[in-house]
Write a protein of this length. Structure first.
Length: 207
């Protein structure tokens, strides 16, 4: 299998962390590609040009993080990392976490533009959305546990994205439990092996 992603995509990072945590990483070659680039090698596999994309063992090219995660969750022998369809509470949390990440990604893309091209209204809207979500996560005991499921992986990659691209941001001050949880989670090998690279040449607005 082959995973197409960029060094900075938080969605790609979720899949990369999942691969390491489930021991599937030796079965998948990670290929860094460019996005929003007519010459991107990815376009031969996925005309939509979105990362992450996964070339499966049977030759299908999957895109959309959740679809990729569902496929991978069926390939490893360990406990499932995605919430089962009947566990609505856990699925609601996964939905909130992905919605929060979508907002933080929009927010970071504004920070990648030259300052004169940023849209201050959008920056404020996304800042407020992220603050509301982080306040909810601060109170969520099951999420801030030592489990390593898609919820925790998504939260870790969202906080990692904020730290890498939105500075200075004092999200930790009023959220001591979230901050303590992240400090431990960020030390996992899967997180240490997949840090964003804000200064990489491939860091573009769609990344
Ligand atoms: N809903 C998608 C979001 C993925 C996404 O936004 N990927 C960005 C990089 S973080 C991308 O492919 N940007 C390139 C583009 O939009 O052409 C998912 O869950 O995978």
């Amino acid at each position: 299998m082959r995973l197409f992603t960029t060094p900075n995509s938080p969605y790609g990072r979720i899949v990369r962390v999942m691969l390491i945590e489930t021991g599937l990483d030796d079965r998948v070659e990670t290929v860094f590609v460019t996005v929003r680039d007519p010459n991107s090698a990815l376009l031969a596999y996925n005309p939509g040009g979105k990362v992450p994309s996964l070339l499966t063992g049977s030759g299908e090219v999957l895109s959309e993080t959740r679809i990729i995660l569902e496929h991978l969750d069926g390939l490893h022998g360990g406990p499932h990392r995605l919430a089962p369809p009947g566990d609505l509470g856990a699925r609601a949390l996964e939905g909130l976490l992905f919605g929060c990440l979508d907002g933080v990604s929009t927010w970071t893309r504004e920070y990648k533009r030259p300052e004169a091209y940023r849209y201050p209204w959008l920056v404020d809207v996304e800042h407020a959305r992220a603050a509301r979500c982080l306040d909810a996560f601060e109170k969520h005991e099951a999420l801030l546990s030592d489990a390593v499921r898609i919820g925790q992986i998504t939260l870790g990659c969202t906080l990692g994205l904020m730290d890498a691209f939105i500075e200075p941001l004092d999200w930790r001050d009023s959220r001591p439990r979230l901050s303590a949880w992240y400090e431990v989670f960020a030390r996992r090998e899967s997180m240490q092996r997949t840090p964003p690279q804000p200064h990489s040449m491939q860091s573009v607005i769609g990344d």
